[in-house]
Design a protein. Structure first.
Length: 127
């Protein structure tokens, strides 16, 4: 990551490397800086250290799931204001729970990469 680049930073958290690569490529092509995390522990670490402008969070991951990561990040004063977008294959009731847990928005998998880029842009424009 180039420390002189002031483009917004997006952290993509997903245990599926194909999903991370798809969204990473699209976001980079749209002018965003991107960091990736393959599990919840890495997500918490990078969230605290990097303080990205937006986090894309898969909710269902092994070891430490996205629900726990959202909880940890929202309890910490340095990361509580970072918008988190849940990207999940879950149904409507789980989507409502994600918003109640602190997610800014929920995108349903499979989600076209263009929709992810649009969501990130909308969130940043509103800040």
């Amino acid at each position: 990551m180039d420390p002189t680049d002031s483009s917004p930073l997006v952290l993509i958290v997903d245990d599926d490397p194909d999903g991370r690569n798809l969204y990473s490529y699209a976001l980079k092509a749209a002018g965003f800086r991107v960091e990736e995390a393959a599990d919840g522990f890495e997500a918490v670490d990078k969230g605290y250290k990097l303080k990205p402008q937006v986090i894309l969070m898969d909710l269902l991951m092994p070891r430490l799931d996205g629900w726990e990561v959202v909880s940890w990040l929202k309890k910490n004063p340095t990361t509580r204001e970072i918008p988190i977008v849940a990207v999940t294959g879950a149904q409507e009731d789980v989507q409502k729970m994600a918003v109640a847990a602190g997610c800014h928005a929920v995108l349903t998998k499979p989600c076209p990469s263009g929709r992810v880029v649009d969501e990130v842009r909308q969130i940043l424009a509103a800040r």
